[in-house]
Design a protein around this ligand. Structure first.
Ligand code: ADP
Ligand code: ADP
Length: 231
């Protein structure tokens, strides 16, 4: 699903150069549930932006679901991002004036999909994430955990091959966070590929494999299969 080789990202601030990613290589197979973790400043956000086709590296190779991402011109890249990735963010990013069902429909509305199709699909996904009785509720009438479940339903609506979640439990209490992790495990059991970015080790451990970042490099995990697979 994801093949990255020797990804380098350098930020330039005047004369100062900072290597945020230093020859990062990793693979994620179809159907895996992988956590990428590391302390603040280790390069997680930078890697997430590149993985999500929101930013380009200075060097390296990136294949996403067979697409040579770095060879794509900007417009094609936006299309790749919209078709292949469902994003889940820390801050949910729901539109406050729209109800849950309409928020979930948005990606399909942008694609020009028939409204009867998008409404039906949104309702079905909200049911799947346990919010079948909350279709008409606006975000401020929902708890944080419920809002994140709406965001997850929205991420799924275009049926993307990859779900990319950036600190999805970061704004949630531990119980709601645990529920969101259970939902991710359920989605993974249904065969979906998930990449979760988190600084929280307890959250990361719930994935099937952990990739550790330190100072912009992938570091071998202590023991386990993760280390062997990453080296
Ligand atoms: P994390 O998400 O793990 O906290 P980041 O990817 O945000 O790590 O940052 C990695 C490094 O790159 C840090 O040293 C950070 O200060 C630096 N960095 C991130 N974004 C920028 C930017 N836009 N300009 C300059 N330096 C940046
Ligand atoms: P943070 O993790 O810093 O609290 P978010 O999780 O809200 O912030 O967003 C992470 C990054 O993804 C931000 O840099 C933001 O610009 C970008 N982003 C947020 N929402 C979207 C979106 N709907 N589509 C594309 N990129 C987004």
């Amino acid at each position: 699903m994801i093949v990255m080789r020797d990804i380098v990202k350098i930020y330039k601030n005047g004369l100062l150069e900072l290597k945020a990613l230093d020859q990062v290589s990793l693979t994620v197979s179809k159907g895996e549930f992988v956590a990428i973790t590391g302390t603040s400043g280790s390069g997680k956000s930078t890697l997430m932006h590149i993985m999500g086709c929101l930013d380009r590296p200075n060097a390296g190779e990136y294949f996403l679901d067979g697409e040579d991402v770095l060879a794509c011109p900007e417009q094609k890249l936006a299309a790749v991002r919209n078709c292949k990735i469902g994003f889940v963010f820390q801050k949910f990013n729901l539109l406050p004036k729209l109800d849950a069902q309409t928020n979930v429909e948005i990606p399909l509305i942008y694609r020009g999909e028939d409204r009867s199709v998008s409404r039906e699909r949104a309702a079905r996904l909200l049911e799947m994430v346990g919010l079948g009785d909350r279709l008409r509720h606006r975000p401020n009438e929902l708890s944080g955990g419920q809002q994140q479940r709406v965001a997850i339903a929205r991420a799924l609506i275009g049926d993307p091959p990859l779900i990319l979640a950036d600190e999805p439990t970061g704004n949630l209490d531990s119980r709601s966070g645990a529920e969101i992790m259970e939902l991710f495990k359920q989605l993974n059991n249904q065969g979906r590929t998930l990449v979760l970015i988190t600084h929280d080790q307890d959250i990361a451990r719930q994935a099937n494999r952990i990739i550790y970042l330190q100072d912009g490099r992938v570091i071998p995990a202590s023991g386990g299969t993760a280390a062997k697979r990453e080296v």
